[in-house]
Design a protein around this ligand. Structure first.
Ligand code: HAM
Length: 436
């Protein structure tokens, strides 16, 4: 319990995103919305709270997420609830609950939002983190897999990211995987004793998870285990070959990684990850894959699906490090006024700019020009308008471009047009009604 008056800090592994950081988050979201819309994806918003059984059944009871990382609690009526650790299960639940499948065709959905996993916090790993995700429900066509990856690559390119690696694999279907699991179990029997304690447990509970192990000493042994790619049934093999040739056709480079099984149990066939060199230990920028049986597992009709989730925290970190994205100045105009007679015209001008959708700030207090310019700099204003008594008398305001230092005298109408032009917005033709 905290003592009275003691400062109460944020919860470990959670963080505040302060106004200095949020413009980049918004910019990334804006770009994602544009790219998703271009591919005809529509937004879905599902609750953060779900019944615990939803994740147990889909993500899997033997996964790290479900066994160790979920924020689960008994509600007052004893129902077991969980703060969502991921959103694919929620999207499929919503798809079933609202009978979206009755509309027929393919559903392309995207989401943004916080997820919760009780992991050990470090750079790029938080207990409350954010995902930008997309899911396609209603088709198992390999071209969809390639289209989803194409969309992802376009988004990352728009964000100026380079040096990314697309890793891809197929984990087969329930039929070929059960055959493969027999072989894997058998192979593990011989080497199990040499593996870490977690892997010894996984060898019994969920042998596929052994392939995910990151313990250095285990790697040479795991490398020699049978590969799932060598044990795909003819249908899954053909599906995978089609996905890779569709990627080749689109000029998308990839690396086939037979150990890429991912940490969630619902995957079938295609699985993928994109890693970024800029991220260090937590280098998975995003992960995804197919989950053709998930709808049935959750009590719905057959509805093949594929999707991905980008770790937004990691995406923002990578974008920041690459410094390829230019952000707009936080403030378009600072209105600096001097002398009592200038206060009212300055207020009117700020009001006009704001009504035109141009961000503007104006002081309530009279002050010297030097101090006003200091504030304009601190606010990182793109322009400053200077209004003194002389400007009031002539109706000609001084407009200063804070980037180039260029200054010119303009009247109020020219001023709005000139600022709009510089900000790259359409300029209203003279004579059109203004919002004033
Ligand atoms: P996931 O691989 O568990 O997949 O998570 C996707 C991404 O979320 C990761 O690649 C990583 O960037 C980010 N992430 C995961 N945990 C954390 C954390 N503790 N802190 C910061 N970032 C994290 C899924 O969640 C699947 N639902 C993806 C999917 C969608 N598959 C099909 N559709």
């Amino acid at each position: 319990m905290s003592k009275k008056n003691e400062f109460i800090q944020s919860v470990k592994g959670t963080r505040d995103l302060l106004p200095g950081e949020t413009p980049l988050w918004q910019r990334v979201e804006e770009e994602a919305r544009k790219v998703f819309a271009a591919y005809n994806f529509r937004e879905i918003r599902t609750p953060i709270l779900e019944q615990t059984a939803l994740f147990a059944r889909s993500v899997g009871t033997d996964t790290d997420i479900v066994t160790k990382e979920m924020y689960t609690f008994q509600d007052r009526d004893n129902e077991s609830l969980t703060l969502r650790p991921e959103a694919t299960a929620s999207v499929v639940r919503a798809y079933i609950e609202h009978g979206l499948y009755n509309e027929g065709g393919i559903h392309k959905l995207y989401y943004f939002g916080p997820m919760f996993r009780r992991e050990r916090p470090q750079k790029g790993r938080y207990r409350q983190f954010y995902q930008i995700g997309a899911e396609v429900l209603g088709s198992d066509h390999p071209a969809i897999d390639a289209e989803v990856l194409e969309m992802l690559m376009l988004l990352l390119e728009r964000l100026g990211l380079k040096e990314l690696k697309l890793l891809i694999n197929s984990v087969g279907c329930s039929k070929c995987r059960s055959e493969y699991l027999k072989k894997l179990r058998h192979a593990l029997e011989g080497v199990k004793a040499q593996l870490c304690a977690d892997c010894q447990r996984r060898a019994h509970t969920n042998p596929l998870r052994v392939l995910d192990c990151k313990v250095e000493a285990d790697q040479p042994i795991i490398e020699k285990l049978p590969h799932i790619l060598d044990h795909l049934c003819p249908e899954c093999r053909q599906h995978f070959d089609c996905v890779t040739s569709e990627l080749d056709e689109r000029g998308i480079a990839y690396e086939i990684v037979p150990r890429l099984v991912r940490g969630l149990d619902y995957y079938t066939r295609t699985t993928f990850e994109i890693t970024s060199g800029a991220l260090g230990a937590q280098n998975a920028l995003l992960g995804g894959g197919r989950y053709d049986g998930l709808s049935e597992m959750l009590g719905g009709p057959p509805a093949p699906g594929i999707g991905f989730a980008i770790g937004q925290d990691r995406l923002v970190l990578t974008v920041e490090e690459s410094a390829a994205l230019e952000l707009k100045a936080p403030l378009a105009v600072y209105v600096a006024w001097m002398g009592e007679a200038a206060q009212e015209p300055a207020g009117r001008l700020a009001r006009q700019l704001r009504r035109e959708g141009i961000s503007a700030e104006v002081s309530f207090q009279p002050m010297k020009l030097k101090k006003s310019m200091g504030i304009a700099n601190k606010l990182q204003a793109r322009h400053t308008v200077i209004i003194g008594e002389e400007e009031v008398a002539t109706g000609q305001y001084q407009l200063k471009d804070m980037e180039t230092g260029e200054q010119k005298a303009v009247d109020a109408i020219q001023l709005v047009a000139s600022i709009k032009e510089k900000l790259g917005e359409p300029v209203r033709a003279a004579g059109e009604p203004s919002a004033q």
